[in-house]
Write a protein that binds this ligand. Structure first.
Ligand code: NI
Length: 167
């Protein structure tokens, strides 16, 4: 296993829509193992394949992110939100946007379907932090970053604080 280099904004791969995984082969298993190690090394709650430069629909998530080998680890190939309801708002960060945090609206509850690393279908019902993490990582597969989730007011505030820094 090895720790992969995490791409940061404005790397082009982060803006692309990732392609579906067609087969779970040895190469993909290797990528999954490396992504898991990279996520724990960076103390992240989740990681999407485009963040390590691979434009494929694959995510790893662990809301017990400080503990390697925790039983909350989820690996989902070709994840898809099939149901969502409600609303929640909380501050999020992203390993691809170092030092940037922002409050984001998300659905309160989502149901995600996909395939596990053994090729079996999985369905995950989630709320709270897990729900947020799944929505955040699936955003990555669609080329969407936290900065694309900013409201006009948040953008305005960010621009004025950047201007202050330049003065
Ligand atoms: Ni992220």
């Amino acid at each position: 296993m090895s720790i992969l280099n995490i791409k940061t904004y404005p790397a082009r791969v982060l803006k692309e829509r990732a392609e579906a995984v067609k087969s779970i082969d040895g190469r993909l298993q290797q990528l999954i193992a490396n992504m898991i190690e990279t996520m724990y090394d960076a103390s992240g709650v989740g990681l999407a394949a485009p963040q390590v430069g691979v434009s494929r629909r694959l995510i790893v998530v662990d809301t017990d992110y400080r503990e390697q080998g925790s039983n909350r680890l989820l690996v989902i190939v070709n994840p898809e939100i099939v149901y969502q309801e409600g609303q929640q708002n909380a501050i999020e960060g992203c390993l691809s946007l170092p030092k940037f945090t922002i409050a984001v609206d998300r659905s309160a509850r989502v149901c995600v379907r996909g395939i596990d690393p053994d090729g079996n279908p999985v369905e995950i019902e989630s709320t709270g932090l897990l729900s947020r993490a799944l929505q955040h990582e699936i955003d990555h597969l669609n080329g969407m970053l936290l900065i694309d989730r900013m409201t006009p007011l948040q953008k305005q505030n960010l621009n004025s604080s950047l201007l202050k820094l330049q003065q």
